[in-house]
Every structure is written in structure tokens, then in C-alpha cells.
Design a protein around this ligand. Structure first.
Ligand code: WT7
Length: 668
């Protein structure tokens, strides 16, 4: 990885520091009530992690067999609660059935077409009801021969059945891999091929901004795609389960495709939870890296669930009366840990919304907050910046006084957006928890605790219990406070990834070689005088576009797969709304006319290969790409060019890098 010297670039503080003490209400009632209490427990958790984690695992989770060893650790392989057995769905559902939680709402859902009406599409599932649905669907999986360890793809809109399908898998030890509905048929096929899935669970569509997303059609296309040798990519798929959601006209393939609603009529609602090894694979979630195709991040059972449960409990300070809403899609890790597993393990009420924040109007979120009495809202800075742009009049139309805690995740939040969230949405009374973590970490790693930590706009503040982050230089030595470096994690933690599916060498190379013996996050960071961690953003070739993680290499390979393209280089440029925007520099083959039509064709190509989320915002044609003498594309230079004046809409200027290349060559 080429992150050397990049860390030197991280500039010094430019923020005027404002400190917000924890709200009195939280300091009185939250689990952690003061900095002194946080510091004491934190110290215990890192000086004797095994005792700390054993205590938490015993208190928080129901085990069917106790573990023999808390941690078995040899870089880069961690095993937590070795020998222990438990079941995730039993911890999220069955354990609540003997308590008053049984009849509380586990999931409250609203569909997008509900629009403004109070008679729109809403569903509430109590824990008891959710338990029944999960048992039924787990029996459907069994009926079709799925067994412990088999892999299943879930490609669904944000509907309760997404959570039901996930939990049903965990109930019988099937490993799920959720694919975000915004990814293409090609991405679905690649993921099926990579994890050799036996089944796809999808729907006849889902609603997004008033239109129907053609999920089933994408699955049909995925199952017909071939690799370079003419072999079907997704040949391991035996069955496709279709959820009726959009009443959309779809193709049903006899013998392969089955309807969810018909299947559950044919099975019993009795399905005992399978005791699973603590280290049994729980799910695979694909995420972009700096090279090649997305990596299948593997999480396992006991450690992941403990991390999800504990972080949800302490960071969001959940109470039985809360209506907790994490706006992430289940296709991302935030949806796994903070829509499904964390809240349900805590017996909380998790609110789910299917659609876009501005459908039918830009006040949809605030309408929901007021209508359902949402108390905790967890969303992304990119969404907050969009709300800012749409204007205060939209939240002002609604009574947001039910809110008591706000959270953000996915990218650094700029202090302006933080302040707007605090004032306009939080009415100046709600603490904001800016939570830093990654697909790989399983759960929140650096975060304020609302009853204890004074916050400052723009920083995720301090590490969660048991987490040992450090900012280091290129040699792996800790840097002094106020100077920039790479963010690493020094000690293993229960929710950490256990590997990359099918590629342990890549796991070692990506995360453990950059700084010997430590987990490398890929992020640049610095600590301020109080030890608060300020994440600067990715220092590898991964972009964060509107909170979505996109690998430049993937987009480049999608672009060069177009027959008229010779070379492509993709970089990020700062974007007011999305955090980063994607800029592609493209050279075309001899004789090809680089025009607006080609530009559009290339955007479509990327949408087809990866998904609409990865479409470049800007495509610039160049005579040649600036390269070093050894032939490496000078990305730093391209970043500067991209960040400079934007090329106007449909002029198709060819950029000439010959001068720039000479200027920049000494830097790379
Ligand atoms: C990358 C991980 C983890 C949930 C969603 C994203 C960036 C995430 C923050 C934050 C600054 C953040 C980092 C990280 N990031 N949260 N609070 N402040 N940056 O998961 O897709 O795996 O992306 O998102 O760059 O490495 P992901």
C-alpha cells in the first residue's frame, strides 16, 4: 500500500474548539455517568481485557455452553470465547420472550409509498411476532436443504423481512451475506461466486424515491452472467426466494424460484435455535479495498454479538421506552450491527424505513420522528449535509421534541454540519455521538458516551471499552499529540473481523503488514491535547462517497472494461454534500471520439459493473495519464487537478498532463 508520506500531509488543527459537556439528564441516568467512571472502567478493560470481556460476555449473552478460553490470539488470528456455544437469534429473540419485552415492538417499519398519510404502509412486529416469523423462515431454509455453514445471499429492500431473513439464517447456523439493493447484477454474481452461495433471498422490488428497484430482475441477470471462460458465475445457486413487496411484474423460473408467502405456509413455527460455536461464521459482508474486487469481511458469532450488544447499550443508552432509529440500510454493516443485532439483543425497539429521505418531500425523516416519537436518531454526515441544503423549514414543520440523543457515522462530520444537527434537529438539548468504526471492526470503536464524554464538533473523541487505538508514523512508532499519522488498533477485540472469505493472505497483507503486529485501519488521524481522536479520512485508495465506501481500483477496472477506453484513473475530490466525489481521468483508444455520449456510456458501464452508487461524478478525458518514470499513475497530482476548477458540464476538453507530469514527478 502506498500510504507512505501521505500521513505527513495531514495538516494541523484548524478548528476552533468548542466543548459541549454531557447533558445533565444523561449524567444522572446513563450507564456511564462521568468521565471518572469511564476512565476507570476503560483502564480495567485494557489492562486486563480477558477479565473484562469474560465478565461482559457472561452478563450480556445467553450461552448454551460456557467457553474454555476467553481469547486465543496469534497475529492476525483471534478466537474469542473458545469452546463456548450460543445462538444469535436466541439472544435477539427467545431470551426476551420470558419478560415483558415479549410484547413490545421489536421492529416498527414504514414503507416509502406511505407518503404523508397516517394510514400509509406501516408494520409493527413485537418480539413474540418476530420470533414466530424467524422460526417459520428458518424452517423454510431447512426445507430446502440449507445446513450449518452454507451461504445465502440476501438482496432485499429495507423491509422487516430483511431482518427476518438474517435472523433465520443465524437460527440454524447459515451464513448470510447481505448485498445492498443499490448494487448491480454483476456485483450480486461476483459475491455469489466468491462465497459459493446456495440461495438468494430477494423481492419483486422495493420502493426508492417513488420508483421500483428491480431487485428480482437483477438476480435473474446475475444468475445468467458468465465469467471470462464462459462459465456461469453464480452456478451454485439452487433456489431463489421471492418476497412479494412491490406487486411488480417479474419472471418466475419454475423449479428455481419460490415465493416467501407460499413457503411459510408449508412449515411449522417450531424451530429450535441451533447451538453454534462462538467462532462459527455468522456473516460475510463485502466491502471495497484499495485493490481488486471487494473483500468478503468475515464475522463470527460470540465476539461479534457481544460487541454489537455492548456498544449499542452504552453508546445509545437504550431504555425500554426508546424508539431507536438507525437510518442505515441493512446492506451495510451499520444496518447489521445497529438496525438488527445490537438493538434486538438489547430488547429495544428498532425503527426501519424503506425509502429515501426526500420522498415525497424533504421532511420525510422529520415527519417520521414526530409521528412515531423517535427518541434516538443515528444517521450519516452526508444525510445531515443534504438536510442543511434543503433548509431548516423542513424540520421546523415538525415537533422533534421526542428526540433525546443523536448519532452520526460513516465519515468525518464537519463542524458546521455537527452544529446544525445539534441546533436544528437536537434543539440544543440532545448529545451527539460521533461514532468511528468500520465494516471490519464489527461495532463502534471510538465514540463519546452520552453521560460521560464532553464532545467537540468533528471528533469521535475517545475509545470504547477494550479498544486500544493509536496514531503512529510510517515506522509504526506512536506520534506525539497534535501530529498526524496512521490510525492502528493495538489489541484484538471481540467484534474484529476474523478474515477475508477465502483469502487469508489478503487478510494478513491488507490489515497486518502495514504496521507490524497491529491492525491497520486505512485511516489517517491525529489526537488533540485531550487525547481525542480526529479522523482525517482514508489514506489508502478507498473513497468515502456519501458514506459509501468505494475502491478506486474497482471503478477503474469497470471503466477499462469498456471497449473504447485505454486507461483510467479514479480519485476523490472534496464535495460539499457527499464528503468526496468520484473523478475519473480516462484516455480513449485511438480513433475513439471522447465526447459527452461516451461520458454517459461510461457512467452507465460503472452502474452496470458495480452499481449506481459508484457512478463517477465527473469524467475527464486526457491525452495520457501522468506517470512516474517507473510507470505509476501520479494519483496525488490527479487529486490536485480534480480538486481544482471543475470542467464545465458538456465540454469535452482533453486534459494535457505533460507539463504537470514534469512538475509533479519529483513528489511521487
Ligand atoms: C470508514 C469505514 C462503520 C460504519 C459505516 C462505514 C469512515 C466511519 C467515521 C467517523 C470519521 C468515519 C472511516 C472508516 N468513518 N465512521 N465517525 N468519523 N470517519 O463503514 O464502509 O466500512 O467505512 O468510514 O474512513 O475507515 P465502512
Amino acid at each position: 500500500m502506498d500510504s507512505k508520506a501521505k500521513t505527513a500531509n495531514i495538516s494541523s488543527f484548524q478548528h476552533e474548539e468548542r466543548v459541549f459537556p454531557p447533558a445533565a439528564e444523561f449524567s444522572a441516568t446513563a450507564h456511564i455517568k462521568s468521565m471518572a467512571q469511564y476512565r476507570k472502567l476503560y483502564r480495567q478493560s485494557v489492562t486486563d481485557p480477558e477479565t473484562f470481556w469474560a465478565g461482559q460476555a457472561e452478563r450480556e449473552l445467553v450461552w448454551t455452553k460456557p467457553w474454555k478460553k476467553v481469547l486465543q490470539w496469534k497475529v492476525p488470528s483471534a478466537k474469542w470465547f473458545v469452546g463456548g456455544k450460543l445462538n444469535v437469534s436466541a439472544n435477539c429473540l427467545d431470551r426476551h420472550l420470558a419478560s415483558p419485552t415479549a410484547n413490545q415492538a421489536a421492529i416498527i417499519w414504514e414503507g416509502e409509498p406511505a407518503g404523508a398519510g397516517i394510514h400509509g404502509e406501516q408494520r409493527t412486529l413485537t418480539y413474540r411476532q418476530l420470533h414466530r416469523e424467524v422460526c417459520l423462515f428458518a424452517n423454510v431454509l431447512k426445507r430446502h436443504g440449507l445446513k450449518k455453514g452454507d451461504r445465502v445471499i440476501i438482496y432485499l429492500p429495507m423491509v422487516p423481512e430483511a431482518a427476518i431473513a438474517m435472523l433465520a439464517c443465524t437460527r440454524i447456523g447459515v451464513v448470510h451475506s447481505v448485498v445492498f439493493g443499490g448494487f448491480s447484477a454483476q456485483s450480486v454474481a461476483d459475491r455469489i461466486a466468491d462465497c459459493q452461495a446456495r440461495m438468494v433471498i430477494t423481492s419483486d422490488g422495493g420502493f426508492r424515491r417513488g420508483t421500483v428497484v428491480q431487485l428480482k430482475k437483477n438476480v435473474d441477470d446475475a444468475l445468467a452472467l458468465k465469467d471470462a471462460h464462459g462459465e456461469l458465475l453464480a452456478k451454485t445457486i439452487e433456489k431463489v426466494v421471492i418476497l412479494r413487496r412491490a406487486n411488480n411484474d417479474i419472471r418466475v423460473v419454475e423449479g428455481r424460484d419460490i415465493w416467501w408467502h407460499r413457503e411459510v405456509e408449508q412449515v411449522s413455527a417450531d424451530c429450535p435455535a441451533e447451538p453454534m460455536d462462538s467462532e462459527a461464521p455468522l456473516f460475510i459482508l463485502y466491502t471495497s479495498g484499495s485493490t481488486g474486487k471487494p473483500k468478503g469481511i468475515l464475522h463470527t458469532t460470540g465476539g461479534y454479538l457481544l460487541t454489537a450488544k455492548l456498544t449499542t447499550k452504552y453508546v445509545f443508552d437504550l431504555r425500554p421506552t426508546d424508539v431507536y432509529w438507525c437510518t442505515a440500510d441493512v446492506g451495510w454493516v451499520t444496518g447489521h450491527s445497529y438496525v438488527v443485532y445490537g438493538p434486538l439483543a438489547n430488547g429495544a425497539t428498532s425503527f426501519m424505513y424503506e425509502g429515501a429521505p426526500n420522498h415525497p418531500e424533504p421532511d420525510r425523516f422529520w415527519r417520521i420522528v414526530a409521528q412515531y416519537g423517535v427518541t434516538i436518531l443515528y444517521t450519516a454526515p452526508t444525510a445531515i449535509r443534504a438536510f442543511m441544503k434543503w433548509g431548516e423549514q423542513w424540520p421546523k414543520k415538525h415537533d422533534l421534541s421526542s428526540l433525546r440523543l443523536l448519532g452520526t457515522v460513516g465519515e468525518p462530520i464537519n463542524p458546521e454540519a455537527w452544529m446544525w444537527y445539534h441546533e436544528v434537529i437536537g434543539g440544543k438539548r440532545c448529545p451527539i455521538v460521533d461514532t468511528w468504526w468500520q465494516t471490519e471492526t464489527g461495532g463502534i470503536m471510538i465514540t463519546p458516551l452520552p453521560g460521560a464524554t464532553p464532545t467537540k464538533p468533528g471528533t469521535a473523541t475517545l475509545p470504547f471499552f477494550g479498544i486500544v487505538p493509536e496514531v503512529v508514523d510510517d515506522q509504526g512508532r506512536p506520534v506525539p499529540r497534535l501530529s498526524g499519522g496512521k490510525l492502528v488498533i493495538r489489541q484484538p477485540w471481540p467484534g474484529m473481523l476474523r478474515g477475508i472469505w477465502g483469502d487469508m493472505d489478503r487478510y494478513q497483507a491488507t490489515y497486518w503488514n502495514e504496521v507490524k503486529g497491529s491492525y491497520f485501519t486505512g485511516d489517517g488521524c491525529r489526537q488533540d491535547k485531550d487525547g481525542y481522536f480526529w479522523i482525517v479520512g482514508r489514506i489508502d485508495d478507498v473513497l468515502n462517497v456519501a458514506g459509501h465506501r468505494i475502491g478506486t481500483a474497482e471503478v477503474e477496472s469497470a471503466l477499462v472494461s469498456h471497449h473504447e477506453v485505454a486507461e483510467a484513473a479514479v480519485v476523490g475530490r472534496p464535495d460539499e454534500l457527499k464528503g468526496q466525489a468520484l473523478v475519473a481521468f480516462v484516455t480513449v483508444k485511438t480513433g475513439v471520439v471522447a465526447d459527452q455520449k461516451l461520458r454517459e456510456a461510461l457512467r452507465q458501464q460503472v452502474a452496470r459493473e458495480i452499481g449506481p452508487v459508484a457512478k463517477p461524478d465527473d469524467i475527464r478525458f486526457a491525452e495520457s495519464l501522468p506517470k512516474t518514470r517507473s510507470g505509476k499513475i501520479m494519483r496525488r497530482l490527479l487529486k490536485q487537478v480534480a480538486a481544482g476548477t471543475e470542467i464545465k458540464g458538456d465540454t469535452t476538453t482533453l486534459e494535457d498532463f505533460s507539463v504537470l507530469a514534469r512538475l509533479g514527478s519529483s513528489e511521487e
